[in-house]
Design a protein around this ligand. Structure first.
Ligand SMILES: NC(=O)c1ccc[n+]([C@@H]2O[C@H](COP(=O)([O-])OP(=O)(O)OC[C@H]3O[C@@H](n4cnc5c(N)ncnc54)[C@H](OP(=O)(O)O)[C@@H]3O)[C@@H](O)[C@H]2O)c1
Length: 252
């Protein structure tokens, strides 16, 4: 490990499982102080114990604006200004549009789009308030999906939310460019996590992966390098992009 994000204070949402947990581990291993957030506090505490002194857990439902503000207050009190955000919390659904109720569609949009905006906005407000020297190091990475670029059958709300997440990323990148805050999206293909495992292990998943060019699911580690780059000072000139790391799955 070479300390590529040393000195940074990174906030990772949805860190109680899957990709978020991995992102927190990787950022900590590369020198960042890491604030891990989600609703399941025990899981966060276990992760903090595993990472050690450079991690701090905050219970937060990111769809709740007041809790988001409290989360940033708590993070700042513990480690100082948050300059790196991984907006990772997200959910999918199992219903086709015709069997879906409007409440579920709204839940997906609320978490996958509105909360991404809310967390990014809170980070940017504080960075801008702290002045140009601080804001110039701002890095926001929104975890979108290849589903924002292709149509994955049967998950129209999810596909739509991830396309919106990518365009929100570009819009915020434009707004905050003059402050030096870089906003990028990272769009994974299929990785086995609690979100995808059941489907990947079923008939639908086997069929989809069987038709993908490399006929495989990605490893948890497959996103490490792209994430670290986007969070690092090396990405100074990179903003408003959507980095696709999908092992060619979207071309299947
Ligand atoms: N796995 C894949 O193949 C894949 C592919 C492309 C994109 N993605 C994206 O990657 C991100 C992470 O997915 P994953 O596969 O790691 O799924 P996961 O294991 O189900 O993790 C989702 C995380 O989001 C958190 N979360 C859900 N609702 C929340 C809320 N209201 N407030 C705060 N945290 C909340 C969950 O924690 P709590 O329940 O403890 O709150 C959990 O830690 C998602 O945005 C997903 O769309 C995943």
């Amino acid at each position: 490990m070479t300390g590529r994000v040393a000195g940074r204070v990174a906030l990772v949402t949805g860190a109680s499982s899957g990709l978020g947990k991995r992102f927190a581990q990787v950022l900590a291993a590369e020198g960042a102080k890491v604030v891990v957030a989600a609703r399941r506090k025990q899981r966060l505490d276990d992760l903090v114990n595993e990472i050690g002194g450079n991690a701090f857990a905050v219970q937060c439902d990111v769809t709740n604006e007041a809790q988001v503000i409290d989360m940033f207050d708590a993070a700042e009190q513990k480690f100082g200004l948050v300059d790196t955000v991984v907006n990772n919390a997200g959910m999918t659904h199992a219903n086709n549009a015709v069997t879906q109720d409007i409440a579920e569609f709204r839940r997906i949009m609320d978490l996958n789009v509105t909360s991404v905006w809310c967390v990014a906005r809170e980070a940017a407000r504080r960075l801008i308030h702290a002045g140009p020297e601080k804001s110039a190091h701002g890095r926001i990475v929104n975890i979108a999906s290849m589903a924002g670029r292709i149509v994955i059958p049967g998950v129209s709300a999810y596909n739509t939310s991830k396309a919106a997440c990518a365009h929100l990323t570009r819009s915020l990148a434009r707004e905050w460019a003059r402050y030096g805050i870089n906003v990028n999206a990272l769009s994974p293909g299929y990785v086995a996590t609690e979100l995808t495992e059941e489907w990947l292990n079923g008939e639908g998943g086997a069929k989809t992966i069987g038709k993908s060019p490399r006929r495989r699911v990605m490893d948890a580690e497959s996103l490490d390098e792209a994430l670290l780059f986007l969070c690092s000072d090396n990405a100074k000139f990179v903003t408003g992009t959507d980095v696709l790391v999908d092992d060619a799955q979207s071309m299947g």
